[in-house]
Structures are given as structure tokens and as C-alpha cells.
Write a protein that binds this ligand. Structure first.
Ligand code: AMP
Ligand code: MG
Length: 340
């Protein structure tokens, strides 16, 4: 070994030694890989504005990778992308369709929240969403007959899942729509990319689906504002967050006004009309997919049912605002929330 090493020139030997030191102790320059760099970027994807902030080594590269991951999830789950797995399921309604483990897993979660909320959250809502024109430029009030027919197509219990073969079959007249949970899932996936790449401080905000990674670099918790549903420039409350997600469903996020009435994008599967009674539901959970599904579910439930559901669930907190402007805060948030 020594003899063979002696064969190399002095320059080569020095390079080999530096290489070995770098391998064992990390890069020679002590700051190059551990320096905390802040990267903050905003892009438009999943039909909303997405902001990712990451603080840590190589944050520019990691934030880019997190955006790519969200794009990948959108390509998989959007029903407005013809090649997505959700579009494939919809295009083959009435037949078994084999899908990826990932999509299957998220659909199982959607089924779970559909059951938990007694169908207030129902991912077979697709035809109703289409009818009202959400997801398109063509929003309109449908006729009673159209609504009746679409309501009859909504029933998550009729979706057949075959876990062994990763296959799904939806009824022939049904369309599925993961719009109430997919954004949250995409946020979780972006967070996974950041965490797996040594970003221990960061904030992801996908149009109100927020997830905080760790704390701010100074060690204090992230602070996230909850919007006043009736005053777009004012906050209702501020929440301190550390390794938690907060997601809001509101009637002010996507809507159109016709004949003086606001028609928004969260549909009550029982009536086929936008759910009424509440103006905003904010849910705090460990993962954004859970907070996302629950905020949509609770928005459709009446206030009392929603409050009961939140208090019954472990590690779930919420802020519910009703049409009269009354604000309810769940027991686990009362001591930490800053109401404005
Ligand atoms: P979110 O903004 O998370 O509350 O979700 C609203 C989106 O979920 C809508 O744009 C629809 O795509 C879909 N959606 C609407 N109503 C429901 C419902 N009752 N259950 C499940 N998803 C729904
Ligand atoms: Mg939701």
C-alpha cells in the first residue's frame, strides 16, 4: 500500500489527503455547507400562489426541489390535467382503474374524512363542482334539475377500493375531485423535501394552506395570520406555529356573485348548493392534508357539529367564524391565539 502510494506525485498526494480529510470531516471550508441561507420564492401552481421559505444550507436548491415536488403532485392529482391519475379514474368511471400507491393512499385518506364527517366532506363531489363552473372561467347558477341529477352522483360509499391490486372503481355517473385535500398533501410533500434536505426552519404557504417547519432562525415560533373573512386586508387572529400546519377554508377564497348572492366553492353534498352558515374555518394539525380535509368538512357541517368534531379529535384545533361574525376558538388554542 505504502509502495503504491509513493508512486504518486506530491501534488496528487496532497489532493488525495485533502480528499480524505473532506470525506472524513466534511468540506475544508467550515462555512460552505452549514451556512444558513434564506431562500424565499413565490410561484403560481395548483391554481394558487405558493410561497416557500427555507432557511438552511443550500436552501436555494432545496426550495427549487420542493416546488418540483409540488408540481409532480399536481400532475398526479389535478382533475384539470387530462393525464393525471384522477382524470384517468374519472375518464374510466364504471371500470376498475389501477393507480399508484401514492394516489391510492390519498384516496384512502379522503374516504376516511368522508366517513368521519358523515359525508360533509365527499370527494365524489366532482360533478357538482363542474356544474357550478368552479375550476373554470364559466361560473354560473345551475338549474334545479341539473343540481338534483349531480347530487345523486355524489356518494363516497359507492367508491370501490381494491388495496391488493391498487385499483379503484367509481360509479359510471360520478366524478371525483380531491380539491379539498390535495393542496394540503402537496404542502406536506414539499415539507418532506425541505426536512429531508436539512432545512430545519421554513414556511410553506399554498394559498392559505400553511405549514411551519421548526421555528424561525432566532428560535421564536412562526406567526401566521388568520384572515378576517369579511375584510380582506384585516386579520382576525395570529397563531404561533412550530412544526404545525394551519389551513383555512373560506367562502371568500373562490366565489362569484350573481343576483346579489355570493356563491362559493365549498359545496354541501346534500343540497348541491354552496354550504351556508359559516364564513371561515381554520384547522391546525400536524399535517396539512389532515387540516385541509377537516377545514373543508367542518365548513359544510353546522357550527355545533363542527365544534364537537374538533373537540373529539386529538391534536386538532380550530377557529370557526359564522355568518354573524362570531368567532369560536377550540380549547387547545385559547391560551396561545392572539385575537385581534
Ligand atoms: P378547500 O378550499 O380546501 O375547502 O376545498 C374546496 C375544494 O374542494 C373545492 O374547490 C372543490 O374542488 C372541493 N370541494 C367542494 N366541496 C367539497 C366537499 N363538500 N367535499 C370535498 N371536497 C369539496
Ligand atoms: Mg380543504
Amino acid at each position: 500500500m505504502e509502495k503504491r502510494f509513493a508512486k504518486y506525485s506530491t501534488v496528487t498526494k496532497i489532493l488525495i489527503i485533502i480528499g480524505l480529510i473532506t470525506y472524513i470531516f466534511g468540506p475544508v471550508s467550515p462555512t460552505s455547507s452549514t451556512e444558513l441561507v434564506t431562500t424565499q420564492e413565490t410561484r403560481f401552481l395548483m391554481d394558487t400562489t405558493v410561497e416557500i421559505r427555507g432557511i438552511g444550507p443550500e436552501s436555494a436548491r432545496v426550495v427549487e426541489q420542493a416546488f418540483r415536488e409540488m408540481e409532480r403532485v399536481e400532475q398526479l392529482l389535478s382533475r384539470y390535467i387530462p393525464a393525471s391519475e384522477i382524470s384517468t379514474i374519472n375518464a374510466n368511471a364504471g371500470e376498475w382503474v389501477r393507480i399508484s400507491q401514492e394516489t391510492f393512499g390519498l384516496i384512502e385518506k379522503a374516504v376516511y374524512y368522508s366517513q368521519l364527517s358523515n359525508g360533509s366532506f365527499d370527494f365524489t363531489i366532482g360533478r357538482l363542482v363542474t356544474l357550478w363552473g368552479f375550476g373554470t372561467e364559466d361560473k354560473r347558477i345551475p338549474s334545479e334539475m341539473e343540481i338534483e341529477s349531480a347530487v345523486a352522483s355524489v356518494n363516497f360509499a359507492k367508491v370501490k377500493l381494491d388495496k391488493e391490486n391498487l385499483s379503484i372503481m367509481i360509479p359510471g355517473d360520478t366524478l371525483i375531485d380531491l380539491g379539498g385535500i390535495a393542496k394540503g398533501y402537496a404542502v406536506d410533500q414539499a415539507a418532506k423535501v425541505l426536512r429531508e434536505n436539512s432545512i430545519n426552519s421554513g414556511l410553506i404557504n399554498a394559498g392559505g394552506d400553511i405549514l411551519a417547519i421548526g421555528t424561525k432562525p432566532d428560535g421564536t415560533e412562526w406567526r401566521v395570520g388568520v384572515q378576517d373573512p369579511r375584510k380582506s386586508t384585516e386579520l382576525l387572529a395570529v397563531l404561533p406555529l412550530k412544526d404545525l400546519s394551519v389551513v383555512t377554508s373560506g367562502d371568500y377564497q373562490r366565489f362569484f356573485v350573481a343576483e346579489g348572492v355570493r356563491f362559493h366553492h365549498i359545496i354541501d353534498p346534500n343540497t348541491g348548493y354552496p354550504a351556508n352558515g359559516l364564513t371561515s374555518v381554520t384547522v391546525v394539525a400536524g399535517e396539512a392534508a389532515d387540516a385541509d380535509a377537516l377545514s373543508t368538512a367542518i365548513f359544510v357541517l353546522d357550527a355545533e357539529q363542527g365544534k364537537r368534531l374538533v373537540e373529539d379529535l386529538d391534536n386538532i384545533e380550530a377557529i370557526i367564524v359564522d355568518e354573524s361574525g362570531q368567532v369560536w376558538v377550540s380549547s387547545g388554542l385559547v391560551d396561545v391565539i392572539q385575537l385581534i
